[in-house]
Design a protein around this ligand. Sequence first.
Ligand code: AVJ
Length: 361
Amino acid sequence: MATRTVQTVRAGENNAKQRASTSARNSAVDTVRNPATDLAPATPRPASYLAEFAADVRASLTKQPQRELPSKYLYDELGSALFEAICVLPEYGLTRADARLLQRHARDIVDALDSPVQVAELGSGSGKKTRWILEALARRQRTYYYPIEISPSALAACEKEMGQIELVSVVGYEKTYLDGLRAVATRRDTQDNLLVLFLGSSIGNFDRGAGDEFLREVRKTLRHGDALLLGTDLVKDAATQILAYDDPTGVTAAFDLNMLARINRELGGNFVLSQFRHQARWNDAERRIEMHLVARSLQEILIPQANLRITLEPGESIWTESSHKYVTSEIDDMARRTGFQCIDQWVDAQWPFAQNLFLAE
Ligand code: AVJ
């Protein structure tokens, strides 16, 4: 059937017409059986990727008084798979609330926008919950869907799933949020409106100031009449929030610890994972959950490919992620400060989470 299209634009590629060839790459014979390198990415990384990873690791791990690692590096192939598992944890209600709101209000959301609408998604992951929006739009027009995702495995899964929907054409961008969005914005037809999806409260990874700055950058790529659907997890009681980021089965701990394992695999690091403990902290002043990896004993860390040697004291932590939480009343202001108007908001009844529809002013 000629109604289905799936394409991929890899980092560093500009040819949007190139067909997805993930399966061909994956089936290439891998002769390396070293457990550390067996997990190397199946799709080629841009040449600059390792140098940038090394520089980021070096800069963040040497920060004082609090050492850090950038949360975007949680999402390699294993990290993305562990995140998918987090999303089905009973304690992590966020993803289900997000999906419920999309399922229930897809029609209201798309009805607020003038046809024709093309859809871009920042950090699509596997894209499962986006189906409701795409189906609602495809009922009235052929719909172009541009998932923007840095994890090749997540992007491939997303393209496969969403490419099945009648009257939906998928062009994946293996790029960072803003690079991807700029590429999509240049490609779209002049008469088309763009709906940008930023779901799952991924905005929460940014400090509040940086979040504003990011939304302003998103706004710059848009035109009047375009829209942004922003998912925001809302403040709830501290115990519920901590359990959501430190579940009893240890999936979130594995997700967090995998960042150290990734540094060992890709940069030759010597982290001993059993000597680190995952911890979730609620920071009330900043209204955010922080994930930390706490050294159980003195650790001499060597990361040759980042040209780094550090000593971690017993009890010293590496801060790996922040998840900011919001109150519904702050969202209007956030929109106004960043060049949008919040025209609608839907809140889940079971798990406090809001879907916010912003129009580009
Ligand atoms: C994908 C960034 C929204 O902060 O809730 C889940 C990531 N980290 N459990 C979040 C995450 C630990 C998630 N975001």
